[in-house]
Design a protein around this ligand. Sequence first.
Ligand SMILES: Nc1ncnc2c1ncn2[C@@H]1O[C@H](COP(=O)(O)OP(=O)(O)OP(=O)(O)O)[C@@H](O)[C@H]1O
Length: 562
Amino acid sequence: MFLLLLMGSCISLGLPFLTKNLIDKGVSAKNLSLISLLLLAQLGLFLGTVVIGIIRNWLTLRVGARINITIISDYLKKVLQLPVRFFETKMMGDFNQRIQDHERIESFLTSQSLLTVFSILTFSAFLVVLCYYDFTILLVYVLLTMMSVGWSYYFLRKRRILNYYRFQRRSENQEAVLEMLSGVTEMKLNGFENFKRRRWEQLQEKLFQINMRILKQDQLQSSVFDMLNHLKNVLATFLAAIYTVKGAMTLGELLSVSFIIGQMNAPVSQLITFFRSLQDAKLSLERLAEVEQHPEEWQPDQIGMEHTYEAVLPEEERGIYLSDLSFRYGSAASPLVLKDINLFIPEGKVTAIVGASGSGKTTLLKLLLKFYAPVKGNIHINHCNLQDIESASLRDHCGVVMQDGFIYSDTIERNIVTADEKPDAQRFANAVRMANVKEFIQSLPLKEKTKIGAAGNNISGGQKQRILIARAVYKNPDYVFLDEATSALDAENERVIHDNLTGFFQGKTVVIIAHRLSTVKNADQVIVLKNGRVVEQGYHQQLVQHKGEYFNLIKNQLELGV
Ligand SMILES: Nc1ncnc2c1ncn2[C@@H]1O[C@H](COP(=O)(O)OP(=O)(O)OP(=O)(O)O)[C@@H](O)[C@H]1O
């Protein structure tokens, strides 16, 4: 690549000398064959620059694509290793904008930096030629160039601040569009479209204002820059003309100087573009660093889940211990969502968590999955503190169905086996049977190879839940966490699945969050949460007789004899 640039510069260097000789030796001496030769040489050199340009663009694209993929892939890898909490503090549009920002780094690393090296080489070569012709012209030229570059540099700081605001606005804009698209059904149901569109228009207005300010700055910068450049050209040509009139320069030399000055404009502009591009890339890198420097979930001294199995404990003492556990979302000013929870979830048993909406059940589950760290107290699995256990290893051992479980835009099979490269047919069939989703899959034209999710046929809420259950069963984990996993199912489907799962639960540590009595009543223990506190604990019959919170929660269902 560098060789190419060097060749390009040499060619540029040859052109003014050809012009000079064309006039002085060819035209003045009326030597037509020399003129033809020189013109042919000029044509050759021009062709050379075209070929070099083509190869350079081709190489730039190749190198650029590689750099781009590497940067974005590293970024995505890093983003995916960040804790869940990080995602809650950022807008999706922000992540998107950051990815788009990479183009600026790529552009800087490939085209801009290379073009600038090329320009500096050409510029230096021309400076030498100019110095060869006349030192005063060179001095005037360099002085005015420095002034124009200095002027542009002064504007870079202002541009940086505006750039920052523009990033914010663009992120908001992306977020608004994403929200409109993902919430389109609800928007239609509530006639919210126009309101949301107007909001988007308001954002566009703000973005426009920022762009306007940037344009104003740019125009001021470039007008003065162009003026200084023009002045420089006029002055240098004027000086050369005076020398020619006085006989100190030949006509060929005058034309050669004009040619050089004309050719030097592009490298100077390129230098300014380079500084802007450098600034853009630095800003993008800073935004990346913000993600890069955020601590990952994984810590070097963490241990795998296998250590929790090594603990020598009597069987009835094995399990998950929550001691004095408190938690809040957000800052210290936010209210505690879980308060001083002391709980034992026995290994190999089924624990049901019940409580009114908003009492903290899902939050408790998320703490068990290490999505968040407690603000006070501890969680231990046998003797191991959850904080010391690798999140990935923990989740490897957990089969989870969350309320907002996600269906990927992929085949049903891939949605169930997820990352398993070589799906086990036996396990798959078993999972499908237990989740009572076999009939549904068989009814589809491509069976388990049918695409579902955003790009495929949509599925019903109950079908979605059954696929999520099949996903958890396929994993065959030691810990099963179900958060309202069967809430969208009809009573018959729910009963079949519960009967199937009873066998599956054998020997596994199970935590079920449910509102339905039928799901809860066979649990080995029931925990009742109220306003983030454990208010009752026992098994179904015990708690019913106690006639406390649990009884109040389920009495309607008891009366119905569910
Ligand atoms: N990501 C979050 N950021 C801030 N607050 C949250 C977040 N998620 C939940 N909360 C709050 O924490 C409290 C407990 O929520 P949680 O989802 O744990 O309740 P829940 O008992 O599972 O309710 P439900 O039965 O309706 O699912 C609620 O007051 C809720 O507003």
